[in-house]
Write a protein that binds this ligand. Structure first.
Ligand SMILES: Nc1nc2c(ncn2[C@@H]2O[C@H](COP(=O)(O)OP(=O)(O)OP(=O)(O)O)[C@@H](O)[C@H]2O)c(=O)[nH]1
Length: 255
């Protein structure tokens, strides 16, 4: 769903699905961008699982509770990660739906564009809704089809953990699925708890920065991720120096 009422500063909104990601998203809308340090995250999941609530909770620490139907909004903020300032963009999306015929997933074209655009993925289901959980695997496969190779930073969020009595998805199933997708599972309640939501988003941001090569703007597109060569540290240089010296001493004494 889309956040109603006043949009917080730094929030870009596309009113009406027609505008949803139809134009390229500016790297740093309404903000002084941090050059080459932009983390782009998309939040995906079935209907009513709390995608908007999670984003709003993370960015404002508040739970508003009532949102109008989601047409897709892009939220943008500057955050400090591991001591460095980063421009964070989070794309909210309309829901995806499972088709009756087995693995079919209905995903609007705008969502595909967001998936292509993003660097990191928050896959959300509600612990009270088994169908929303069943959507996750095909959804991940869909992301994989759009990014066929390379590392895909992803987290799995089981939302609405305050509704324990209505639980349909056990926590260990969430953990197992997250591990199979190569991500981490977070159980959270956008309604009752900011810390859990914050920890989840923060973890993903860190994963994205790692995947992008230390946040220096290298792009993962095409799946190619080259590790940056490490420069030798002082200890290592001293060790090499001693090695060279001792081999010279040896060859001098053998003469
Ligand atoms: N109890 C409880 N309710 C929640 C929680 N998160 C969201 N909700 C409620 O669930 C409903 C759906 O929340 P949204 O954030 O609009 O969900 P969405 O996934 O964006 O929904 P779509 O627009 O259908 O894609 C709202 O009534 C929220 O108040 C939660 O952690 N606990």
């Amino acid at each position: 769903m889309r956040l109603t009422g006043d949009l917080t500063p730094g929030t870009m909104n596309s009113s009406g699905s027609g505008n949803f990601l139809l134009v390229p998203i500016p790297e740093c809308p309404l903000l002084d961008c941090v050059p080459n340090k932009t983390v782009k995250i998309v939040v995906l999941g079935a209907s009513n699982v709390g995608k908007t609530a999670l984003i709003v909770r993370f960015l404002t620490k508040r739970f508003i509770g009532d949102y109008e139907a989601n047409t897709g909004a892009l939220y943008s903020r500057k955050v400090t990660l591991e001591g460095e300032e980063v421009s964070l963009q989070i794309q909210d999306t309309p829901c995806v739906t499972l088709q009756d015929d087995a693995e079919g997933l209905y995903c609007q074209e705008q969502i595909n564009r967001s998936i292509y655009w993003a660097d990191g993925y928050v896959l959300v289901f509600s612990i009270t809704d088994n169908d929303s959980y069943r959507t996750i695997q095909p959804l991940y496969q869909h992301v994989r089809r759009i990014h066929p190779s390379g590392n895909i930073p992803v987290i799995l969020v089981g939302n609405k953990s305050d509704l324990l009595r209505a639980r349909q998805v056990p926590a260990d199933e969430g953990e197992t699925l997250a591990a199979a997708l190569g991500g981490v599972y977070f159980e959270a309640s956008a309604r009752e708890n900011h810390e859990g939501v914050h920890a989840a988003f923060l973890h993903l941001c860190q994963e994205v920065i790692r995947a992008l090569g230390g946040g220096n703007g290298e792009k993962r597109r095409g799946g190619l991720h080259l590790a940056r060569p490490k420069s030798p540290n002082m200890q290592e240089l001293k060790r090499r120096f001693r090695q060279v010296l001792s081999s010279k001493v040896k060859s001098a004494t053998t003469l």
